[in-house]
Design a protein. Structure first.
Length: 97
């Protein structure tokens, strides 16, 4: 990921996953994350009626961009995957203040 801001070092990323983690953002705004392995759940049917949806961590796990502990942007991993990328493959997150 890459945080696009005049001062990206003011921010940190908080990952809400099976192993929560806080990651500081360096001056260049580039952050490489290690995502814990996951397995998508299955949908359960009973007599042809869906009784539960499969668990999808990409919808449930969140990334928060924080400034001094306050959340300024929150998105699911699925939303992150939809962000534009730069030439190096970093997902671009714009933060304005």
């Amino acid at each position: 990921m890459r945080i696009l801001s005049q001062s990206p070092e003011r921010y940190s990323l908080h990952l809400e996953t099976s192993h929560p983690e806080d990651v500081p953002v360096p001056q260049d705004g580039h952050v490489s994350l290690t995502i814990p392995p996951f397995r998508k759940g299955c949908t359960v049917y009973l007599l042809g009626i869906r009784v539960s949806d499969g668990y999808d961590p990409r919808k449930e796990w969140m990334v928060e961009v924080r400034e001094r502990g306050a959340t300024v942007r929150r998105m699911s991993f699925r939303d992150v995957a939809k962000l534009k990328t730069d030439a190096d493959g970093y997902r671009l997150i714009k933060v304005s203040k």
